[in-house]
Design a protein around this ligand. Structure first.
Ligand code: NDP
Length: 311
């Protein structure tokens, strides 16, 4: 496993990170989730990404339990706030920042998180209020570093321009061979301001693994067939997306690597990306994904990929 530094901080994370959306706290069997966490440590994965809202607190509670026996300095714990936790609890107001960090720390059974991320931008709360509250919890020692997810370049710049508050060091956008939006502005404003990307759904929820053959029903054991986890994958299974995945297959084969490894090596080719946060439903998937760290794609391969995606 290779490691990269997050933005202008001294926080070092593994290039492949373990995500917990959908899977942990209910989506997959608890025993399997435990095996996945053990496998992550064995593979040298240090960054674990969660959120208060994942399975309404259950993902954090599960992590709190399984991480309790491990030295706190052996992993980098990232969580988030913003999405509703109840009818009243949502957003990034000062009251919510103070309340949600304490709730997350309780579930995670720790005194601090390494990275606290605004899950989205809150247009109902003045940015100054959010940043001042986040600064407060950093200075209290409850949070080491700050990040955001899916903010626009203008929102990022506005936060960067605020005086007297703690700086953001990470951005968490969706980024994959099937979703390249952050290339249009987010990477540039972040690179200019000491902010790295830790990207979500780098395998397009599994679509980029090649398991969904065009014109065939999804495999029985896939996310697309899961009642609990399959609600958000359909956009990646559109015929045009699956056709693009088929176009990538010969490129991976030519390099002697699997499609998931190609897809992950591709997001990691971007210097502003520090980590690819993968989900896993089985330990074997995490092993395969972790082995993408260290694969370097040359310019000719990247050009062939661009051509396949635009065909
Ligand atoms: P991925 O794109 O990595 O998809 C993960 C799923 O793909 C797995 O659960 C598995 O599904 C399948 N898969 C993974 N590896 C393989 C493999 N090698 N071979 C075959 N199938 C494989 O990521 P997620 O969509 O799960 O997102 C990753 C993380 O990003 C989340 O856990 C979360 O931490 C973060 N995230 C953040 C968001 C945000 O708003 N900030 C939004 C969404 C995610 P199966 O086997 O069931 O088909």
């Amino acid at each position: 496993m290779r490691y990269r530094t997050l933005g202008s901080s001294d926080l070092v994370v593994s290039e492949i990170a373990l995500g917990t959306w959908l899977t942990f706290g209910g989506g997959i069997a608890e025993e399997t989730a435990r095996e996945i966490v053990d496998t992550a440590f064995e593979l040298g994965i240090t960054l674990v990404d969660t959120a208060n809202v994942y399975n309404r607190g259950a993902a954090e509670t599960f992590l709190g339990e399984v991480l309790a026996t491990r030295p706190r300095e052996s992993y980098v714990l990232a969580t988030k706030l913003y999405f509703p936790m109840s009818d009243e609890d949502r957003g990034l107001s000062r009251a919510q920042v103070l309340k949600q960090i304490d709730a997350s720390l309780g579930r995670l059974r720790t005194d601090f998180v390494d990275l606290y991320q605004c899950h989205r931008y809150d247009s109902q709360t003045p940015l100054e209020e959010t940043m001042e509250a986040l600064t407060e919890i950093v200075r209290q020692g409850k949070v080491r570093y700050l990040g955001f997810s899916e903010w626009t370049p203008a929102q990022i710049q506005a936060a960067v321009d605020l005086p007297g508050v703690e700086r953001f060091i990470s951005s968490q956008p969706e980024y994959s061979l099937l979703h390249r939006d952050p290339e249009h502005g987010v990477f540039d404003v972040c690179a200019a301001n000491g902010i790295s990307q830790i990207v979500w759904s780098p395998l397009a929820q599994g679509a980029l693994t090649g398991k969904y053959a065009p014109g065939s029903p999804p495999p029985d054991d896939s996310r697309a067939r899961s009642e609990r986890m399959g609600w958000a994958i359909s956009r990646h299974l559109a015929p045009d997306s699956l056709r693009k995945v088929e176009g990538l297959r010969p490129i991976a084969a030519g390099l002697g690597i699997t499609l998931p490894r190609l897809a992950l090596a591709w997001v990691l080719r971007e210097p502003n990306v520090a980590a690819a946060i993968v989900g896993a439903s089985r330990p074997g998937q995490l092993r395969e994904n972790a082995s993408a760290s260290g694969i370097e794609l040359d310019d000719a391969t990247c050009a062939a990929i661009d051509a396949a995606l635009s065909a």
